[in-house]
Design a protein. Structure first.
Length: 154
């Protein structure tokens, strides 16, 4: 990363346009339709980030098609079939800063440094993921078009 890159990424994260409109059912939709990078996301890299216990940390709260991961979360929506439920713009808005949709969310803002508390000095002013990583995660999530069949026995 070049010197000053973090500052540019943080500036972009704070000023990127969130679009708010009503859906067909009268609910509120929050989107970021403009990608954060000129390069398209890479779904293979995105899957690695989502499954990572060091960078994305998504599986602390979410579960999904990761048979190699024994322990997955149950606090947040299932990732299987997410592409049928949300558009790329809706996913981007949630990953960049889910507080724009729900101010009380427990999901961390992955591309914002605004209004954070208790940040270690060595991480101050840095986003959790960079712009390309966000686009990679979105590319992977958009590949999850089918809902997994339940394996629960009733």
């Amino acid at each position: 990363m070049k010197p000053g890159s973090v500052a540019v990424l943080c500036w972009a994260a704070l000023t990127w346009p969130f679009l708010v409109h009503a859906d067909q059912a009268g609910g509120q939709v929050v989107e970021m339709t403009t990608p954060l990078t000129a390069l398209p996301g890479d779904a293979v890299r995105g899957r690695a980030i989502v499954a990572s216990r060091q960078s994305g940390l998504c599986l602390l709260c979410h579960s999904g098609p990761f048979p190699e991961e024994r322990f997955q979360g149950n606090l947040a929506p299932e990732l299987n079939g997410i592409a049928q439920r949300l558009s790329g713009g809706e996913l981007r808005a949630r990953i960049v800063d889910a507080r724009k949709l729900n101010p009380d969310t427990i999901m961390p803002p992955y591309f914002s440094t605004d209004r954070l508390a208790r940040v270690a000095g060595s991480f101050a002013g840095q986003t959790l993921l960079n712009a390309q990583q966000i686009e990679d995660v979105i590319a992977y999530l958009l590949s999850l078009k089918t809902q997994a069949k339940s394996t629960e026995v009733f």
